[in-house]
Design a protein. Structure first.
Length: 554
């Protein structure tokens, strides 16, 4: 999770051996995919039993009725386990595994979550017996120091942390079937619910307006969790589809060589294989891509959904620039795009850290001393401030943006630089709040691909430009139509590929708005610097790249 405090916290008191914890895992994964770093998911250890036989006596069950309990729970959660995993593994106490999780947390909380997941898989799906060696092997598989874990899982500190969790579980009056949700100073505990939709509704009520993301691609999801065993139900829950649809998609991905099927206790699970070199076949993209939950039939329907997705993503870019994104960001992106480093040093770090452009529109050299300039989609203000260096004190630069967090950040950056000839206005590319024929040059960087009605946007840009005014922009275009393969998906638009036009269509939009001398002055494989192997491959699939364009209004 990000270091920035999340507005919502979801706490699950778990146990690596508890079938309810495994049953809630798809729900927790779904919540993380939908809300991202806006929620913090916290696992604490409840400890099911210190002695298996004493536990059976307490609840008046035997080995067979224990299996019946597990069967009944799986019927509710639909996340399969080996029904006989307790007897097969010979578990005597679940406490050592709980303490091992607390020991792992001392090393790395994020890796500890992966460690817990792998323990649940090993114990409940594969019926692996507990041992220090097993714990060390699992720890090593998720990048933890196995030798340190061997030592720490017998430490007083790890045991004390486990006891503290148990005490908190009793104080909070929660059980293994429940989730505790904290937001805005309030708390809701909800149990015996086995669908994420119910918990999403609670979170939306407790934190209204919290940005949400619709999971769209199975292979992208699998790439986040390499090596995890995935049940069809987990895929179904995360993507809001039926278990049958999920199973069919996974079977097709397996046939294409992208996942591997594994049979455990008569159930089929799936594990991702390393992504093959090169672009994805379009047929694989169709299988992997899940249609959005909200059907969109027209541009009018799409615009509010895209706006919400964009504002959610770029609010994070403004507030959390150090967080990992699927696209290059900040100084890395600026240098990759070809901005001169000596000029960038003149700009506030708080501007360049949230730079989310896709190229260097200034290669078109449309901006001249004394010009009035408009930057469409000004973000944190990097291109606005860069433009002030080009126009000089006698010029004027307007920045236009629709994300409040970016607008506020850009205004702070303008003040920090002391740029009295720069101003940020709120609005969008299809309704620019400036008079007609008042701007000498318009610049834009990675923004117009996000606009559903591109014809209206270029018409507005032409309107505010003076006769003879110049347009320079950098934007993402594709060679294969994304919508033809994936359908219309607002989240893909926010991710800078779903709304990208086929190159020839993009150039036609500009020409149809009345511009002349439309030229491509540069091309860039922008996505080559993405930290995500999946993103690099999917963008190659559609031939996505940056083009820098110059044009003139007659």
């Amino acid at each position: 999770m990000s270091e920035q405090k999340s507005p919502v916290r979801v706490v699950h008191f778990a146990d690596p051996w508890c079938w309810w914890s495994w049953g809630l895992e798809p729900i927790l994964r779904r919540l993380h995919e939908v809300y991202g770093d806006n929620i913090a998911i916290e696992y604490r250890m409840g400890g099911t039993f210190s002695d298996y036989r004493e536990w059976q006596q307490q609840y008046e069950v035997n080995d067979q009725t224990t299996i019946d309990w597990v069967r009944e729970s799986v019927a509710l959660t639909r996340n399969p386990v080996d029904l006989q995993y307790m007897a097969k593994s010979g578990v005597k106490s679940t406490f050592p595994a709980c303490i091992a999780f607390k020991a792992a947390e001392r090393q790395d909380p994020r890796k500890a979550e992966r460690f817990l997941r792998r323990m649940m898989e090993s114990f409940q799906v594969q019926a692996t017996p507990w041992s220090d060696d097993t714990a060390a092997r699992i720890a090593s598989s998720v990048g933890l120091d196995a030798q340190r874990l061997r030592t720490d899982l017998h430490s007083k500190e790890a045991e004390a942390a486990f006891v503290q969790d148990q005490h908190a579980m009793h104080q909070e009056h929660v059980n293994f079937l429940s989730l505790a949700i904290y937001a805005g100073g309030h708390k809701v505990v909800e149990g015996n619910k086995f669908g994420a939709e119910h918990f999403e509704a609670i979170i939306d009520r407790m934190a209204p307006g919290l940005p949400k993301r619709s999971p769209a691609d199975i292979l992208e999801y699998l790439a986040k969790y390499p090596g995890d065993l995935m049940s069809p139900h987990e895929i179904a829950e995360v993507f809001g589809i039926s278990d049958q649809d999920a199973a069919v998609r996974m079977q097709k991905l397996a046939a294409a060589g992208f996942v591997k099927a594994e049979a455990h206790a008569g159930q089929t699970f799936w594990r991702a294989t390393p992504l093959p070199p090169g672009a994805f076949p379009l047929e694989v993209v169709k299988i992997s891509h899940v249609p959005p939950e909200s059907r969109v039939e027209s541009t009018a329907d799409l615009t509010p959904l895209v706006t919400a997705a964009i504002q959610g993503l770029y609010t994070q870019v403004a507030d959390q620039p150090a967080k990992g994104y699927h696209f290059p960001l900040g100084m890395q992106a600026l240098l990759h795009c070809g901005y001169p480093e000596d000029q960038l040093r003149k700009l506030p770090v708080t501007a360049t850290e949230s730079f989310a452009g896709v190229g260097n529109p200034h290669l078109a050299k449309a901006i001249r001393p004394g010009n009035t300039v408009l930057d469409v989609g000004s973000g944190s203000g990097t291109d606005v401030l860069f433009s002030t260096l080009l126009v000089g004190d006698s010029g004027k630069v307007y920045g236009l943006d629709m994300t409040p967090a970016m607008i506020a950040k850009a205004r702070r950056n303008i003040a920090a630089m002391g740029a009295k000839n720069a101003e940020i206005v709120e609005g969008n590319a299809t309704k620019i709040p400036l008079p007609s024929a008042t701007v000498d040059a318009v610049t834009s960087n990675g923004v117009l691909n996000l606009v559903p009605d591109k014809a209206a946007a270029f018409a507005e840009i032409a309107r505010v430009l003076k006769p003879g005014g110049r347009l320079q922009l950098a934007d993402i275009v594709v060679q294969s139509d994304v919508a033809a393969t994936c359908g219309i998906n607002p989240q893909l638009w926010a991710d800078c590929i779903g709304g990208a036009s086929v190159e020839k269509d993009y150039l036609a939009f500009i020409e149809e708005a009345g511009f002349k001398d439309v030229k491509i002055v540069n091309r860039l494989d922008f996505w080559a610097k993405s930290a995500s192997d999946y993103t690099r491959k999917i963008t190659k699939t559609f031939g996505a790249e940056t083009i820098v364009i110059s044009a003139v209004k007659p």
